[in-house]
Design a protein around this ligand. Structure first.
Ligand code: BGC
Length: 432
């Protein structure tokens, strides 16, 4: 079969984001920040206080870091050496779900099972040493309400997590109880931070001129340093980092596929921005749009962001990789002209995502600059989509140029690989 050209063009155009649309997104994002600074309840973003500012860069010592934010949980033992230097002494990582073996994130799972599993990973990291005191920083990458650096209550699961008994609970209490059940009393959680905050701490430990931290991966979210907020219970310098939870940003226009996917997601109506841009969801939108091109009333939910990445990267004449993925996952053998359309569709979904994310960064940059000049700065980003997905970084830069003009020269994004682990260790060091 050959895809209908008109239908293809109309699907592609639904995924386009013009400069004007981006300007509107950046402007609305900034407005929502301003509204949220006065009253977080009136903003579509949660704008959660982290009770931490920037590190000095001279924090030192050995700390444990628990990085819990996706289906892979990591525990690391870090040595912070000051002057932006650090070493990983030990690193343990396990998935929270292995199909057919166990599942600690699905509806049938409980918090005890999940935290017992994490306590075991911590035990592996300290190699069963139950005497020496270890301070632990916890990167917990879900919207959590804090009233100091160490107390974070999960507001709502995101990223399709559904484990029972965690929403509404103080996560470090659940962790402490699990450590206790395992006979570990020498690991002391002292800080809980969001992964965006971890990325910002980690990047600021090593570089100056970083005020924004972002995750662009399975999920998406950004934080920034707000200079006007100081709290006696806070640590660090320069004000307080706010975890925007901008995955929940709503002041933008979803297309037909965004709306249809949202309706059947775990949490309809929530995380609308994240559902348009992050790795967990881009492939869902892609799968729905492919079904439409095929005139099929279904949703291919078995595609991954890695598939999309391979599809976009295929430069072979006959698009062999695209063909292989389409026949394995969609069950169709398509002619090259249609495979090319599938490739263009993947690119359109990714480019829209990168442009929208860039617009959100511009909203923050404008807000920090206020009436004054834009300061030279790096936006620190971690995550597989940012790091590995073709077309992403170049399209972020292009959108910066469209929105910031000459000022785009003052701003760039930098990869802070592994920041969600290192940031937790830095937060622990700041807390003690
Ligand atoms: C969560 C955020 C997190 C982001 C990236 C989102 O789903 O709500 O807290 O920062 O994913 O991991």
């Amino acid at each position: 079969m050959a895809f209908d050209e008109m239908k293809f063009q109309s699907v592609i155009s639904e995924f386009s984001a013009t400069t004007e649309m981006l300007r509107e997104v950046a402007t609305n994002f900034r407005k929502d920040l301003q509204i949220g600074l006065k009253d977080p309840k009136s903003s579509s973003m949660r704008m959660l206080k982290s009770y931490v500012g920037l590190p000095e860069g001279n924090e030192k010592g050995e700390f444990l870091a628990l990085d819990f934010g996706g289906t892979n949980v990591r525990v690391l033992r870090y040595r912070l050496e000051g002057e932006g230097q650090s070493k990983i002494i030990r690193h343990v990582a396990e998935p929270l779900i292995i199909a057919g073996k166990y599942d600690y994130v699905g509806k049938g799972s409980t918090q005890e099972q999940m935290f017992d599993f994490i306590a075991k990973l911590i035990d592996d990291t300290i190699e069963g040493e139950h005497e020496t005191k270890f301070y632990l920083g916890h990167t917990f990458s879900f919207p959590s309400a804090q009233d100091d650096l160490n107390n974070a209550k999960l507001i709502i699961w995101t990223k399709e997590f559904a484990t029972a008994g965690v929403e509404g609970e103080v996560v470090n209490d659940l962790l402490l109880a699990a450590l206790k059940r395992r006979g570990i009393e020498n690991v002391i959680p002292v800080a809980v931070i969001n992964d965006t905050v971890a990325v910002l701490l980690s990047a600021a430990y090593k570089n100056s001129d970083v005020f924004t931290g972002s995750i662009y991966a399975t999920g998406h979210n950004t934080c920034y340093l707000e200079p006007s907020i100081h709290d006696p219970k806070g640590f660090g310098k320069g004000g307080m980092i706010l975890n925007l939870e901008c995955g929940n940003f709503m002041n933008l226009t979803p297309n037909r596929f965004d709306r249809a996917f949202d309706r059947k997601s775990e949490k309809p109506g929530e995380q609308r921005f994240e559902k348009m841009v992050s790795g967990r969801y881009m492939c869902e939108l892609f799968g729905m749009a492919i079904a439409e091109l095929l005139d099929e009333d279904k949703h291919y939910d078995n595609l991954t962001s890695v598939d999309m990445s391979m599809i976009i990267s295929d430069v072979s004449e006959n698009l062999e990789k695209v063909s292989e993925i389409v026949s394995n996952k969609i069950g169709h053998h398509l002619e090259v002209a249609d495979l090319k359309k599938i490739q263009d569709l993947a690119a359109a979904v990714v480019i829209r995502s990168a442009r929208l994310v860039a617009a959100s960064y511009v909203g923050i940059i404008w807000q920090r600059a206020g009436e004054g000049e834009i300061q030279p700065q790096h936006v620190a980003v971690d995550g597989s989509v940012y790091e590995k997905m073709p077309l992403v970084q170049e399209n972020i830069n292009r959108a910066f140029e469209e929105l910031l003009g000459e000022d785009a020269k003052k701003v760039d994004t930098i990869l802070d690989n592994g920041g969600s682990g290192l940031g937790a260790a830095i937060a622990a060091a700041m807390a003690v």
